[in-house]
Ligand binder design. Structure first.
Ligand SMILES: C[S@@+](CC[C@H](N)C(=O)[O-])C[C@H]1O[C@@H](n2cnc3c(N)ncnc32)[C@H](O)[C@@H]1O
Length: 263
């Protein structure tokens, strides 16, 4: 590296500063994610659409300059695992404010010195210096945050010029029924049913995720969380300073994927 620091040292320093950040402000949501973490991970890893989405994003990252990546709202580490499987060799810092999610993510990745998982509330100023990363991912996270535009402006700040943001957000018209339809339609019905039976012991996990998703649908209806439509999403990303290079569907048509560059 040309700045005289090894990347490991940088990650160590960043991890240290992350642990100094004040504890979470939104305890109820944090509790909810901690309780859901195991079920979320189990269902994610049998969901064709979810795994395909992460694999697709990992492939995009592998085609970009990726020596320093930050994953904002990393959940249980499915993207990190996909990258790992593709031979990712850069440095990755992953943040989430659910300790239970991070525990699962760490178990999933095992000893991997170039990926670090850190507890952090993304409603705070991001704990990194400016112009630091060449890629940032924010997958199904901004609608949980108090000020998505402020968050994305922070992401802009920590990216280097020429760095990329990969942003995924749910389409507002999605709901739990269309989600499951998409799961089934994404592959033929038989492998899906077989998978369900193979995981019969885990059926409780599926119900827990359905119940949580139903709560989110209700929160969306009650305006407690807000899923942006395509125009609004593009406008927030542009207002944060990014230029949008691609806007497409992902996760069996349930989510939007934005690939945006910071000039
Ligand atoms: C829908 S999950 C997405 C996880 C992961 N990106 C994925 O695609 O599997 C949302 C994640 O956001 C995290 N989260 C919610 N609010 C957060 C906040 N204020 N700061 C950091 N993470 C947060 C939750 O803990 C959860 O892991």
């Amino acid at each position: 590296m040309d700045d005289g620091l090894t990347t490991n040292k940088i990650i160590e320093d960043m991890t240290h500063s992350v642990s100094e950040v004040p504890k979470i402000l939104e305890p109820q949501m944090q509790d909810a994610w901690n309780i859901l973490a195991l079920s979320y991970d189990k269902v994610s890893t049998i969901s064709f659409a979810h795994m395909a989405k992460n694999h697709q994003i990992a492939k995009i990252i592998m085609g970009l300059p990726n020596d320093r990546i930050v994953n904002l709202g990393c959940g249980s580490g499915v993207l990190e695992k996909s990258l790992f499987n593709l031979g990712f060799s850069g440095q990755m810092v992953s943040l989430d404010n659910s300790a239970a999610m991070l525990r699962i993510a760490r178990e999933k990745i095992g000893q991997c010195p170039n990926i670090s998982f850190n507890l952090f509330n993304l409603n705070h100023k991001l704990p990194f210096e400016s112009n630091f990363f060449n890629c940032a991912t924010a997958i199904n996270i901004i609608f949980f945050l108090n000020q998505p535009l402020r968050f994305l402006s922070e992401v802009y700040r920590i990216l280097k010029p020429g760095g990329y943001l990969l942003l995924v957000n749910p389409k507002p018209e999605g709901n739990i029924i269309s989600f499951f339809k998409a799961q089934v339609n994404d592959r033929s019905i038989m492998p899906f049913i077989k998978e369900l039976f193979r995981n019969l012991l885990g059926i409780g996990h599926i119900f827990r995720v359905i119940a949580f998703q139903k709560k989110l649908d209700k929160m969306h209806k009650d305006d407690m969380i807000h899923y942006s439509d395509d125009d609004e999403l593009k406008s927030i990303v542009k207002s944060a300073g990014f230029s949008i290079e691609e806007f497409s569907e992902i996760q069996a048509g349930q989510n939007w994927l934005i690939k945006a560059v910071r000039y």
